[in-house]
Write a protein that binds this ligand. Structure first.
Ligand code: SF4
Ligand code: SF4
Length: 454
């Protein structure tokens, strides 16, 4: 694609980067076929190619985002299916990230929306505040029926969003997991040492996921550290265009993990929430212009691994017997499109004895996408219904996923149109099959399973 940035504009490193990305696009439109919003809405401006044109026009003309531009950028899930499909290697992620920052900084959103976004950006990255918010939401949930009725529209109202937010509150919250700063020693001969990202929403909604990872890793000779001064990875605010917050968190985590690596050595920074993993793997890019952090952040990005990626490199004693449980593997967008990890989780589940089924249309997002299911509830609901129907066609006993956002979106907590099939994290199944306890979500429904600790 031909671009027309002036020399003065190209002096800005962000514009230089956008120019490089735009020039790779050959307008072929292959990406439209796999873009969830185009598939649902059929509007070229809700396709990757359409959004690329909007962003190009906005940047070249140095124009503040209009309502129309903000609308189509906001509707993008950042699922990155377009990057998997694109034959020209267009880095849509870095382009839309830049556009989101411009929208956030230069577009005057209506006051109620600004307020809601501010609340989400403050609450979600802080586990203590998030826990209180979930408790408050649980009590407010019955009153959601008093709000004006859902519109199901692609232009959601403030009340549509509040209702979607309240719906996410579970009936009860599990006990918190182990404290920051805890070190879990390896069992037997020590073969490695890793930091495990504690996450923010996940540690409140499902601390059992990281506990399963800790058991599985220590059983296999890996020492696990919960780094004391680590914080939210910044993914949530990054995707809301709030780069000051996201970059501050990226710097703080870069420092925390660098210090830990110097203190005790780190073979990897492991992540059990693939949305966070995609962002941490991008720290090197996000901080590329920061002379004090660029090299350190690139080293941290190189250390970041999804937990399945790391387990795939270990010599694990897998069970000899097959079990009779059919697992539908839900491939989180951040894992398949963001990190290009597609086969490994399924291979590990198969080695653990499960019967693994692929889900039709697995390239299409479930609609979770960070805060998307709150901010765009109408589109998110349609994507959830489509995903749940596709999963149901495989007739699974269990659904496995590698991202808490997808687990909540697909499951029945947040919605009556969620699935009734138990949704568990892949690591919980791997841990169970190799000696750990049965995941909580499965306790009453897995009577036929032939697993040692069933
Ligand atoms: S990131 Fe997803 S929703 Fe956004 S343009 Fe690409 S395919 Fe479409
Ligand atoms: S597939 Fe790639 S090159 Fe083709 S229109 Fe989409 S982004 Fe551009």
């Amino acid at each position: 694609m031909k671009t027309e940035f002036s020399l003065a504009q190209l002096a800005d490193p962000d514009i230089q980067e956008a120019d490089k990305i735009l020039r790779k696009c050959v307008h072929c439109g292959f990406c439209t076929a796999t873009c969830p919003t185009y598939v649902l809405l059929g509007d070229e401006l809700d396709s990757p190619r359409g959004r690329i044109y909007l962003i190009k026009d906005m940047l070249e003309n140095d124009r503040a985002p209009t309502q129309e531009v903000a609308k189509h950028i906001d509707r993008c899930l950042s699922c990155l299916a377009c990057m998997t499909t694109c034959p020209s290697g267009v880095n849509y992620m870095h382009l839309v990230d830049q556009a989101r920052v411009k929208v956030e900084e230069e577009y005057a959103r209506p006051l109620p929306e600004r307020f809601l976004r501010g609340v989400l950006a403050y609450v979600l990255p802080r586990p203590g505040v998030f826990r209180l918010g979930m408790i408050a939401a649980r009590f407010a949930k019955p009153f959601a029926a008093l709000l004006p009725g859902p519109t199901g529209a692609t232009a959601p109202t403030f009340f549509d969003r509040v209702r979607a937010m309240l719906a996410l509150a579970p009936a009860r919250l599990p006990q918190p997991g182990p404290a920051r700063g805890t070190i879990f020693p390896a069992e037997g001969e020590k073969r490695g040492r890793v930091a495990l990202l504690q996450g923010c929403a996940q540690q409140v909604l499902s601390p059992g996921i990281n506990q399963a990872a800790i058991r599985m890793l220590t059983r296999n000779g890996i020492e696990v550290v919960l780094v004391a001064d680590e914080q939210c990875c910044g993914s949530l605010t990054h995707h809301m265009g709030r780069d000051d917050d996201a970059l501050a968190r990226a710097r703080a985590n870069t420092d925390a993990w660098t210090r830990e690596a110097a203190r005790g050595g780190l073979d990897a920074v492991l992540v059990t929430t693939s949305g966070c993993g995609t962002t941490i793997k991008d720290y090197g890019y996000m901080l590329r212009e920061d002379a004090a952090y660029a090299a350190k952040a690139a080293r941290v990005s190189a250390l970041a691994k999804d937990v399945t990626e790391y387990l795939g490199s270990l010599d694990i004693a897998w069970p000899q017997d097959k079990n009779d449980l059919v697992v539908a593997y839900h491939s989180a967008c951040s894992l398949q499109h963001g990190q290009k990890i597609t086969q490994l989780p399924k291979e590990l589940l198969s080695k653990s004895g499960f019967v693994v089924k692929d889900v039709p249309e697995s390239h299409l997002c479930c609609g979770s996408a960070g805060t998307y299911n709150i901010l765009q509830p109408g589109i998110a609901k349609r994507l959830r219904e489509r995903k749940v129907a596709n999963i149901a066609s495989t007739k699974p006993d269990i659904i496995s996923a590698g991202n808490i956002g997808c687990m909540v979106q697909i499951g029945s907590v947040a919605s009556t149109d969620g699935t009734s099939v138990p949704v568990v994290h892949t690591i919980e199944l791997l841990d169970w099959a190799t000696g750990g306890p049965r995941p909580d979500a499965l306790t009453s429904s897995m009577k036929g399973a032939r697993i040692g600790n069933a």
